[in-house]
Write a protein that binds this ligand. Structure first.
Ligand code: HEM
Length: 115
């Protein structure tokens, strides 16, 4: 079971890397480019792997802080909501990309510093 947890953490970290990479992909595409679908896929990966880690906690002998995870989930819901609302727009607002990246960094900070 420990291998499953490590596999999920591995995918969770790749998802984080993907979301950070999306910031640079989006900037490279220019201000007139529509929102890249990678934001959606990265967010979905974080949600799936995070929920799976939580769900398997009794089997993997983990004791996660529910409030910490709840706050991370809330931040991800905001990220996902902003992505969902803006995906169909031909040109997203200029504040969107830095805001999404900032929220991702907030979640990394919560994951690491909230002990
Ligand atoms: C943008 C969204 C997210 C980012 C960037 C993120 C980032 C991270 C990072 C960097 C870690 C590793 C921390 C460490 O080992 O010290 C981590 C662990 C974890 N995350 Fe997330 N996370 C996100 C969303 C979520 C969500 C939505 C959930 C749950 C619903 C979640 C659940 C967890 C759990 C349970 C762990 C601990 C895994 C373990 O060590 O066994 N995460 N996250």
């Amino acid at each position: 079971m420990e291998f499953v947890r490590l596999l999920l953490v591995f995918l969770h970290l790749l998802g984080m890397g993907m979301l950070i990479a999306m910031f640079f992909v989006q900037r490279r595409a220019g201000a007139d480019a529509p929102l890249n679908k990678g934001w959606l896929h990265g967010s979905a990966l974080q949600l799936l792997t995070g929920v799976a880690l939580m769900g398997l906690a009794p089997l993997t002998d983990q004791d996660y802080d529910n409030i910490k995870i709840g706050v991370k989930l809330l931040v991800l819901v905001v990220i996902g909501g902003l992505v969902a609302v803006n995906l169909s727009k031909p040109k997203p607002a200029t504040w969107l990309t830095p805001t999404l990246a900032g929220l991702v960094v907030v979640n990394v900070g919560i994951a690491v510093f909230w002990t």
